[in-house]
Design a protein around this ligand. Sequence first.
Ligand SMILES: [Cu+2]
Length: 367
Amino acid sequence: MVAFLSFVVIVLLFAVLVLIARANELSLVLKTGKMDFTGQSRVNGYLLLGFLIVMFAGSAYSFKELVPVMVPKAASEHGVKTDQLFNITMLIIGVVFFLTQVALFYFAYRYNESRGHESYFYPHNNTLEVVWTVIPAVVLTGLIAMGMYEWMKIFNVEARDKNMMVVEVTGKQFNWIIRYPGKDGKLGDRIIDATHISPTNELGINWEDAKSHDDFMADKIYLVKNKPVLMKLGAQDVLHSFYLPHFRVKMDCVPGIPTEFYFTPTMTTKEMQDYLSTEPWWQTVNPETGEQRWKTFKYELACAELCGKSHYGMQKEVVVVSQAEYDAWVSQQAAAYESVKPKTTDEPKAEVTGTTETKVQAMLTNK
Ligand SMILES: [Cu+2]
């Protein structure tokens, strides 16, 4: 309500200003007897020039303040390439933006009415039309072609390393369920129905499938430096988005439609911390922890889809380590099957005697 009333007040104030300006104009016409706005035109010219300067000074200031706070350099193989593409695109459109805005506002100032210029009627020029259509078309096609080329490389299924790791991540309101395939490297099947999904088996893992017996659940995503990983993604309820900003990985998690993302981390968490310890902003002290920021740096998995009221809480830590450290971590993980498998007893089953009918009866009740 307060926001709405503030909005109404701003609109009404603006309307009052417009009416005052209009009344001023009319009184001027009445006083001088002619339509002469060269004075206002001069003021407008200076205001536009001022706006140009303030706009670029503001942009430069926000670049200076915010670029050091942005995510650091990419920690994945393809991330370096996508960053290059991003920088090339920003450079090209940045130069064009600068030139066109300078021309727009400077011309509005330089040729305002008060300078007594007669405007020159110049309706059409074929050469100009061709030049400013063809050049942007060629440049944009080039940018798109470069983007497509990198995209095809990132999603080239044939080029995947056969020894890649596999990790399954499922989004739900409001958490991530992380499952590793265990020693066999294969995830057990899941059956999505009412009998398989339960509070103790959120994913509907089919325990009859032997592949599931060594699968384990994790609270953090552990990855190995320079080892390719295939993230198998899904969602339990609504759209989520699997976002690893430091690795330049982002992929939607869609209920009912499996998606995946294949990439190779190139820096361990420790190496990224060491790199950040040389960056000025990361050397500043975080008031929340009382420590230099780089010391508490962690790779992060975040949800990048507004999926509900606790969307912001969908975070997990990603840890990149060496193969040896990873093996040590895996050896500490307990297979999820251990907690659900039926208890085996060493007692021999009672000998069943009698008719076939009673034998079957006994077997059924024994089971
Ligand atoms: Cu989400």
